[in-house]
Design a protein around this ligand. Structure first.
Ligand code: BJW
Ligand code: ZN
Length: 285
């Protein structure tokens, strides 16, 4: 049986391994307490669209305006959001322990804004505030975490506070028809005039090869005492594979999630059921 909700047992384990190497794999649940929706489950629908179906190159090719509205809305939400105590607890752990590496699947920039040292953070799925050219032959990349909206046609994505509370919000209320945004009104590459796209990794796309190489170098530097698996369904590859990679290097798995599947954990593993923003600061105090 895994060790469930036993904070003193986890503290005892960490104290007996003061200089050990620690890994974390984080997902959307880490930012849930900051008000950002998750991909699957209750929060996983955006205006009746399955969020994971919009996160594909095919969806962008079919309707770049729709996909841009989805990402413009998420950029706006992330800009409005604040890092929560779980982001801060992981950032503090990174500052305390140089042998801690955090792999995040999140693209919301909240770990960075919590002061997580960049050398101890790897953003597996990119960043909402990076823009890159959709033309594969063009290497243009830019960073923009200020413009909101990015272009005037994406302005509906930035409306989260209705001036008139009786009017529904255009970007969250599925009953309000979305305006079709023609490609001519979307952000364009300054180098080749192709469409710009969000700098995130969509399904079917390769993760950055150099980044994956760096992670394997870190994994192979020695044994790992624990991998925190925080707020992720751990269903998406290659991210999900790091749990097994860490376990193969001796790590005990410590799941922090509102839902913990005990049967997936080994007898030495830890499971903590609840909000990461409440649990992580207690686990790491
Ligand atoms: C809380 C909480 C609270 C709530 N506190 N907890 C091998 C086997 C099978 C398939 C594949 C494979 N290798 C590759 C694939 C294909 C595919 C894949 O994995 N498919 C699976 C779904 C089966 N992978 C890829 O395509 C990847 N590319 C790749 O491998 O390239 C090589 C290749 C290409 C083609 C063929 C074969 C190989 C790329 C994956 C990119 C994923 N991109 C997205 C979108 C990013 C941009 C964006 O944000 O829009 O990444 S999809 C989406 O899922 C997003 C997330 O980062 C990712 C993971 O989701 P996450 O974070 O786990 O969120 P949820 O919602 O699923 O879970 C939230 C959790 O939080 C839940 O557990 C809640 O209970 C919990 N929670 N509130 C704590 N308060
Ligand atoms: Zn270009």
């Amino acid at each position: 049986m895994p060790i469930i909700n036993d904070i003193p047992a986890f503290h005892a384990f960490l104290t007996t391994n003061p200089n050990s190497r620690i890994l974390a794999l984080c997902g959307a649940g880490l930012s849930a307490a900051s008000g950002l929706p998750t991909f699957r489950g209750a929060g996983g629908l955006w205006r009746n669209h399955d969020a994971t179906r919009l996160a594909t190159p095919e969806a962008f090719r079919a309707d770049p305006g729709l996909v841009w509205l989805f990402y413009a809305y998420r950029r706006h939400m992330a800009l409005e959001a604040k890092p929560n105590p779980a982001h801060h607890a992981l950032a503090a752990l990174a500052r305390q322990r140089r042998k801690f590496l955090c792999l995040t699947q999140n693209v919301d920039n909240l770990s960075q804004r919590a002061g997580h040292p960049p050398s101890q953070l790897r953003t597996l799925h990119g960043n909402l505030f990076t823009l890159k050219c959709f033309n594969r032959r063009c290497s243009h990349v830019e960073h923009n975490n200020t413009a909101d909206p990015l272009v005037p046609s994406l302005a509906p994505a930035s409306v989260t506070t209705p001036a008139d509370a009786t009017r529904p919000l255009p970007l969250v209320d599925a009953d309000v028809p979305l305006v079709h945004i023609p490609a001519s009104e979307l952000p364009r590459c300054p180098q080749c005039a192709s469409l710009l796209r969000p700098g995130v990794v969509w399904f079917g796309e390769q993760l950055d090869g150099a980044l994956l190489g760096e992670i394997y170098e870190w994994l192979d530097e020695g044994p790992i005492s624990v991998i925190f698996v925080v707020g992720t369904g751990a269903q998406v590859w290659p991210a999900a594979g790091y749990v097994q990679e860490a376990a193969a290097r001796g790590a005990r798995v410590c799941v922090v999630n509102t839902e913990v599947a005990e049967e997936t954990l080994g007898p030495e593993d830890f499971g903590f059921v609840g909000d990461a923003a409440v649990l992580l600061p207690r686990l790491l105090e």
